[in-house]
Design a protein around this ligand. Structure first.
Ligand code: CA
Length: 235
């Protein structure tokens, strides 16, 4: 199997070097850019499989890079940001970034985000299987063809809306999904932009699937951004 190519666009040399070394150890091919212009050049010439993008670059605004890249490719972009402002994360995701990770982050967290984004983009390209085979995590199994959710072989009864929410998150497992994206996918393009209906449904879902809804094991809250479902375990 050929190696996946990761492009790191990051002006802080020590972070760029740290991530590059770590990714090489995990068998990725690594390209690095110190500026946005260099990054765009490498995206065009090298067609990386995934892009790690620092939002605070000396020359270009990270948002402008996302917007530009999305005019011609759906290559996954994970935004790496020192900013913790929720609105920056939401804006990057809504512009077309696939995920974000906030500095400082751990190695295993970054690797998990990369795997989830790569898997998701492969699935879109190859029309693969997660829509056919079940989602699994821990003792939870979601069988899309039967529309059946079980935990430890016990059937969980969901309303049609609850099922749509869980299925959409499971199909995007491991990735953060914004409120706006869930609302429009479940309720349609004319969905109310009010998150309240989503929060109410999520509270009901958690009561049904989580042993302790305050300490969820399956669906996590990304405060001010959206939800993230535990990564599918089946490879
Ligand atoms: Ca920076």
């Amino acid at each position: 199997m050929s190696k996946c190519t990761v492009l790191i666009i990051e002006d802080e040399k020590n972070i760029q070097t740290f991530m590059g070394k770590m990714l090489k150890q995990h068998d990725y091919r690594v390209l690095s850019a110190d500026t946005g212009a260099q990054g765009l050049e490498l995206i065009r010439s090298q067609c990386p499989d995934i892009i790690l993008l620092d939002l605070g670059l000396p020359d270009l605004n990270g948002d402008d890079i996302i917007r530009e890249v999305r005019t011609w490719t759906s290559t996954p972009i994970i935004v790496i940001s020192a900013r913790t402002a929720e609105k920056d994360k939401v804006r990057s995701l809504d512009l077309g970034a696939d995920d974000y990770i906030t500095k400082p982050f751990g190695t295993s967290e970054l690797l998990a985000r990369i795997r989830a984004s790569l898997r998701h983009s492969n699935r879109l390209r190859t029309n693969d299987t997660l829509y056919v085979r079940p989602y699994r995590h821990g003792s939870m199994v979601l069988d899309f063809s039967k529309r059946l959710l079980t935990i430890s072989d016990r059937e969980i009864h969901l309303t049609p809306i609850e099922y749509k929410i869980v299925a959409f998150l499971a199909q995007n497992s491991g990735k953060v999904i914004t409120y706006a994206s869930i609302l429009s996918n479940v309720w349609g393009p004319y969905a109310d932009s009010d998150n309240k209906i989503l929060r109410v449904n999520m509270a009901n879902i958690r009561r049904k699937i989580e042993a302790d809804p305050a300490q969820p094991k399956y669906i996590f809250t990304e405060v001010g951004v959206g939800y993230r479902m535990a990564e599918d375990e089946e490879e």
